[in-house]
Structure formats: C-alpha cells, structure tokens
Write a protein that binds this ligand. Structure first.
Ligand code: SF4
Length: 372
C-alpha cells in the first residue's frame, strides 16, 4: 500500500472527539449578569478548541463573550481572554432532557443577550437560543435548525474548520486569530513537576492513541513506541488509560502514561513540552495546534480535506491513499462498515515512525538554528 502525506495547511478530519479527561466544577448557571454576546458550542473537545479563533474575533468586535459548553470542555475556555464566562450545560447529565433545556434557556434568558452565535448545528443549540429569547441568532445555513436563525451563513464546502467558523462573525473580522488555550502557571507547573518526577528530559515524543470513535484509532501505537528512540509520553483521558498502558509496556523504561492522571489542561501543557505529538484525528490534534507543538496526524475513515487537519507547515497528515472507501464518514464510524478497517490496518508502523522522526528532526534543526 501507499501512504498519503500532506503538510498540515488547510485540512480536516473530525475533531469531534472527547474521551474522559479529568475536569472539575458544577454545571450551575451563576446569577443574572447582563451581557452582549453568547456563543453556544456544546460539541466535542476538539470542536471547542477550533472555535477559539471565532471567540477571539467576536471579542474584538463586541467584547469578551459568554460561552455555553459541556462540563468536559469547560476547562478549555477558562481564563481565555476572549471569554467572559464559561457556562456549563450538562446536556447528557443533570441538564438532560426537556426540563434541563428549559432550565438552561430560562437562565440564559435572564441575562438578556443581544446576539447569539451557533457554531454547533444542532436543534438543541437552536432551541436554547430561542428559549433565551436572543433577538439575533447566527448559524450555518445547512444546519437542520437553520429556519430558527435570523442570520444564515453559507458554510464553505472546503477549507479548514477554523476559517469556516470565522465566517459566522461576518466580514468585519481581520486576520485569522490563532487557535489558542489560556494555560495557567499552575497548568505549566503541573506538567513540569510530572515530567521532573519521572526524570523525563525535554524533547520527548508525545503519543495520543485514543479516540471515542473506534475506527479512528490506529492500532499500532505500541509498535510505534517500540520503534522510536528516546522517551515517549502517552496523553489521553481515563478512557484511554488501558491503551496507554499497552504503549508503555512496549517501550519499557522509556515510556510513561499521563492518560487519565493529568487534567485536560495539564495534558495540553505536557503536549506543549513535546518535540512532536503523534495522534489520531481526535482532540489532542487540536490541543497540539493550540500550544504550538508540531504533529503527525493519522487519518483513517476521515481525511484532512474535511476541515479538521493540522494547521501550518511543521506538521504532517498521514492516511491510506489508495482506498476508494475513504472517507466513509465525517466523524468516523464506531466499526468499519466494510468490516476490514484497511484504512488504519494498512498504514504501517514504518511510515508513521519515519514521519515522526522527520517532524521531530525538523524541530530540532529549527531549535539550534543560529539567529542573526
Ligand atoms: S469503510 Fe474504508 S474508510 Fe471507512 S472504516 Fe472501513 S476501511 Fe476505513
């Protein structure tokens, strides 16, 4: 088989992936405060990270915004300069069902928002904006709930999701703000301490083997860890812990797992300290983008052209170039509809290892290049 490779640039896959990362905090809405702009983005972690340029653009126009997100995604936006308040909506937990929707809608209504942006194209998000009685509601024209919006924006069929989301802000925005996280000194210290306690030197390879979509998991991460030289650190949520243990076992004495141990933000700080991250088409891909770490992204049932690929020229996207069935889904199905899962099984360890060494080597050369 042959493997396709692309520089990051404009691309996609499916950021819609969360996993279970450690998080804290309640889903209750604080008491009334007047605000101008509301963004409702209750999609997966990666989608929330990719929404940060839109948040920055909106904040530049009308001041910091309030954002409704799931409790899992809330830590991604806490402390972000474009965000005034993060509102947790536990749509699958304590706020589930019509009663929870009604409760959240009423709480938002009390805040009397002037405008709402709906990057997540769900009926539930649209219903929240309606229940909140926000007079201006902007969303994508191809959304099932588009009829409820007062402004319908055509969603570009190509291009990166970041630029597509930015079109919701209209033509008033300037250059594309970066994908970003506001890591705190505590997040950075936690990552530093975790590395120091294990004696892990700088320049390690980070690996994120998980994905909530089964077909998006490349099956050879343990073999990759064994093939690579130098220290390896596995990142992920608690759902990824068993997989992470397999990777660690394959490289005894030079691999460690932070999966399910470190918070989402501390994991992002850990990725920031890696020379390169190897990941599936899942949330860590976008965390790496936000913290500026180059990556090797492995695409199976999805392709970067769907809009969720790595950005910039320092990263590589890998995928099986010779399969007519790719892409078979925007998310990545739970199981291969054809039963063979060739898109991932036929992407060899050697190809991924070679790409990892290439990206890491380029970073090393960049780091030692003399500055004039
Ligand atoms: S149908 Fe093709 S692209 Fe989809 S999971 Fe199966 S092998 Fe992969």
């Amino acid at each position: 088989m042959t493997a396709e490779r692309r520089n990051g640039g404009t691309a996609e896959g499916s950021a819609r992936d969360s996993g279970r990362w450690l998080s804290k905090g309640p889903s209750a809405v604080p008491p009334f405060r007047r605000s101008a702009t509301l963004v409702i983005q209750t999609a997966f972690l990666g989608d929330v990270v990719l929404t940060t340029p839109l948040l920055s653009a909106l904040a530049e126009l009308d001041g910091p915004v309030d954002v409704v997100v799931t409790p899992a995604a809330a830590p991604l936006l806490e402390g972000h300069p474009a965000v005034r308040e993060v509102i947790r909506y536990d749509k699958k937990g304590r706020d589930a069902g019509l009663a929870g929707l009604w409760r959240m809608g009423a709480a938002l209504r009390a805040r009397r928002y002037a405008r709402a942006y709906l990057p997540h194209r769900s009926w539930r998000s649209a219903a929240l904006a309606l229940l909140a009685r926000v007079p201006d509601r902007a969303g994508f024209a191809d959304s099932p709930a588009a009829i409820t919006y007062t402004t319908r924006v055509t969603r570009a069929p190509t291009g990166h999701e970041v630029e597509r989301l930015l079109t919701l802000a209209g033509r008033r925005t300037r250059a594309t703000p970066p994908v970003s996280l506001a890591l705190t000194a505590e997040d950075e210290t936690t990552a530093d301490r975790w590395l120091a306690e294990r004696g892990i030197p700088p320049g390690f390879t980070a690996i994120a083997p998980g994905s909530i979509w089964g077909t998006k998991r490349w099956p050879y991460y343990p073999a990759l860890a064994a093939a690579l030289e130098g220290p390896v650190v596995v990142v992920g949520g608690s759902d990824d812990a068993a997989l992470a243990d397999e990777v660690v076992a394959a490289a005894p004495g030079r691999a460690w797992s932070g999966a399910g141990v470190l918070s989402l933000r501390a994991s992002a700080a850990l990725i920031k300290r890696a020379r390169v991250l190897v990941t599936n088409d899942s949330a860590p891909l976008h965390l790496a983008t936000a913290v500026g770490t180059p990556l090797v992204a492995i695409f199976g049932p999805t392709v970067p052209e769907q809009g969720f690929g790595p950005r910039g020229s320092r990263s590589l996207a890998l995928g099986h170039a010779g399969l007519a069935c790719r892409p078979c889904s925007t998310h990545g199905p739970k199981v291969c509809p054809l039963g063979h899962h060739r898109c991932m099984r036929e992407l060899p360890v050697e190809t991924v290892a070679e790409a990892t060494v290439m990206v890491a080597g380029a970073e090393e050369r960049r780091a030692i290049r003399p500055r004039h």
